[in-house]
Design a protein around this ligand. Structure first.
Ligand code: HEC
Ligand code: HEC
Ligand code: HEC
Length: 275
């Protein structure tokens, strides 16, 4: 036992010495720091080495497909403190804070070309049972409509990586590879509905103007003490207020026949006009 401890101490000391001497030359060269501290597992090009693929309980992950789409804070936290229970050990003992920033600069400079066809295929296999094949989530389980989502690419990836605690949207980090996550996120982003305010203006003139001469005239119903305007409501709430509640009795048919895309167009126009 004692000999083992002794050996471990020698190995650790040699390791520290060699990384200290490597540091003297490279200091803040992110590429060199990456190659000496990360590439053994993550691969020289970020695509995971053969050894990295064999790691237990989880293999190393493709940094090309994740580093450009994840916030710097998150990368800093992972690299500094590691990921408990995996081979991703804290690096704060071998790299100083500036060196960690240099490594982040380097891995964020990796480029990744998404494969939308793979994204579509994987989306249909993994996500569509809740979000629908078209992403509009008419499935009755409370999944969000991804076509009208306001999340940017980073936000979509963050949601896939960590899920939404307490909902059916669980973390997909260990179910999907980083390339799949990136491809799916780009595909989801490509489904986004692009509202057309000009079409919205036409629809408004035809269906709303008779009662509300301009969007600015619309009073938001509710507590008289809290004055609210259209700007206080997000698109989803505004859509609900147009389609449901007391409004449906008042506006009747002019609202009922509009599709949800039409309402998105009208909302886009209303927001422009009241700005
Ligand atoms: C001994 C192998 C090993 C080394 C060396 C290593 N990593 Fe890791 N790394 C891993 C493993 C394994 C994971 C995945 C852990 C998991 O699935 O939660 C990981 C995960 C990560 C993640 C999160 C990726 C994701 O998709 O969530 C980042 C970022 C990362 N490593 C960066 C680095 C950087 C930068 C270095 C060098 C400073 C480094 N790693 C060195 C094994 C390693
Ligand atoms: C088991 C059902 C289920 C599966 C499978 C599922 N989701 Fe979700 N997803 C949900 C639910 C429920 C929510 C709403 C969570 C909330 O209320 O915040 C959600 C929310 C989201 C959001 C947030 C949208 C926003 O605008 O806030 C994104 C993005 C998302 N899911 C993407 C995906 C992707 C991509 C996949 C496939 C990899 C997937 N989901 C698989 C149920 C699911
Ligand atoms: C037949 C008349 C009529 C038509 C047509 C009409 N509305 Fe209204 N709308 C009302 C009345 C009445 C209210 C109640 C508030 C008020 O008096 O201003 C209202 C309220 C609203 C509200 C606030 C709802 C709330 O819950 O706070 C919105 C938003 C709105 N209308 C949008 C629209 C849009 C968009 C259209 C066209 C698609 C439209 N309305 C067509 C009569 C109408």
């Amino acid at each position: 036992m004692k000999i083992r401890y002794y050996l471990a101490a020698v190995v650790a000391a040699v390791g520290l010495l060699s990384s200290a001497s490597a540091m003297a030359g490279d200091e803040l060269d992110g590429k060199a720091l990456y190659e000496s501290n990360c590439s053994a597992c993550h691969g020289v090009d970020g695509r995971v080495s053969e050894g990295g693929k064999q790691l237990e309980p989880f293999p190393a992950r493709n940094l090309r497909a994740v580093a450009p789409f994840v916030e710097r804070d998150e990368l800093r936290r992972i690299i500094t403190y590691g990921i408990k229970g995996t081979a991703m050990e804290p690096k704060k003992y071998v790299l100083d804070p500036l060196q960690i920033e240099a490594v982040i600069d380097y891995i964020q400079s990796f480029d990744y070309q998404p494969d939308l066809a793979n994204g579509k295929k994987r989306f249909e296999a993994v996500c569509s049972k809740c979000h629908g094949v078209d992403g509009r989530a008419q499935t009755g389980v409370g999944a969000k409509n991804l076509v009208y989502s306001k999340l940017n690419l980073e936000g979509i990836i963050h949601t896939m990586r960590y899920g939404r605690p307490g909902t059916l949207m669980t973390s997909k980090r260990h179910q999907l590879s980083n390339t799949d996550i990136a491809d799916i996120a780009h595909y989801v982003y490509s489904l986004r509905y692009k509202a057309d305010p000009l079409h919205g203006q036409k629809l408004y003139s035809k269906n709303c103007k008779s009662c509300h001469s301009t969007p600015a005239d619309i009073k938001i119903l509710g507590n008289a003490a809290v004055k609210r305007t259209i700007a206080d409501l997000d698109d989803r709430l505004l859509d609900l207020r147009i389609r449901h509640g007391r409004h449906i009795d008042r506006a009747g048919e002019s609202v009922a026949k509009l599709s949800s895309d039409d309402i998105q167009d009208i909302i886009a126009y209303m927001r422009e006009d009241t700005h």
